[in-house]
Design a protein around this ligand. Structure first.
Ligand SMILES: CC(C)(COP(=O)(O)OP(=O)(O)OC[C@H]1O[C@@H](n2cnc3c(N)ncnc32)[C@H](O)[C@@H]1OP(=O)(O)O)[C@@H](O)C(=O)NCCC(=O)NCCS
Length: 251
């Protein structure tokens, strides 16, 4: 559920007539050059795509889903389709005091990231929409130490059952996105059903106490967690696709 950060350099695409077609943030994804948050200046997207394919062969492009769909139709390969959500924080959250028998909650920063790893791994089996290579100790560590998206915020929460981590909600202060839920998971054992949503609600309450007006997150298409977020009052925002363009020498 993380969003890669990039070097703050912008790039541009022009068509054969020298007209500006698109601009983007230059980055790196999966060992390829990446055009992040690509925005079109020439509409409709169908008119811009030939210039983009010529300028960025084999690149990874992230863009709004309507642009992404056109890039897919032009031979691109989908890496990720995700939906952003925002939760305004206010008194409607009600009483979020943690009072769950047998489950202790602690500030994430007081629990080493290595203690989260086994449960995190179990929450993302290979068939999960976010399962795969991203579920690695280095990526969890990157959320903890702030390298991936920005500093870990103090109200990030870990749930423990007899000292074993059974769930967590990590929130990072992302420079471009604001306070962002970068991770939420629970032990997949059925006895913990519902724990993820309850922990999320508790963390939202701590964020409100900390004075935050709102908090965002992104969820991958096909992840049933969307229903949990919508029940908790998250509002859908924009949707984005990350696509590998055809061509180029990258593998
Ligand atoms: C997201 C998560 C923390 C929510 O935890 P939770 O509040 O305890 O909720 P549950 O896991 O019990 O399930 C939430 C809903 O998804 C459904 N669901 C969960 N896993 C599912 C699966 N593999 N296939 C289909 N539905 C599934 C549940 O039936 C439930 O639906 P319901 O509330 O309508 O009955 C937890 O499902 C999880 O750890 N998922 C894996 C990690 C993940 O995807 N994190 C979110 C990244 S954006």
């Amino acid at each position: 559920m993380t969003t890669d950060e990039s070097v703050r350099t912008r790039g541009t695409v022009f068509d054969r007539d020298g007209a500006l077609v698109a601009d983007y943030r230059l980055g790196n994804r999966s060992g390829r050059p990446a055009a992040l948050d690509l925005r079109l200046h020439r509409l409709p997207a169908e008119h811009a795509v030939p210039a983009i394919l010529t300028a960025l062969p084999g690149w990874v492009v992230s863009a709004r889903e309507d642009t992404g769909a056109v890039l897919l139709a032009a031979g691109g390969r989908l890496l990720r389709h995700m939906h952003q959500y925002t939760r305004d924080l206010g008194p409607d959250l009600g009483d979020v005091t943690w009072a769950e028998p047998g489950i202790e909650v602690r500030a994430a920063a007081s629990v080493a990231s290595s203690r989260l790893y086994d449960t995190w791994l179990a929450a993302y089996p290979p068939e999960h929409p976010d399962g795969g290579d991203d579920v690695s100790p280095a990526n969890l560590e990157g959320l903890y130490d702030g390298r991936t998206l920005g500093p870990l915020l103090g109200f990030s929460t870990v749930a423990l059952d007899e000292g074993r981590v059974v769930g967590a909600v990590l929130v990072n202060d992302a420079e471009l996105l604001g306070p962002w839920i970068t991770e939420v998971f629970r032990d997949p054992d059925a006895k913990y059903a519902g724990l993820g949503g309850r922990l999320l609600r508790h963390t939202l309450g701590l964020a409100l106490l900390d004075g935050l007006p709102s908090i965002g997150l992104a969820v991958t298409e096909g992840n049933p967690a969307r229903a949990v977020y919508e029940r908790l009052g998250f509002r859908p925002g924009e949707s984005f696709m990350t696509v590998v363009l055809p061509g180029g020498e990258h593998r």
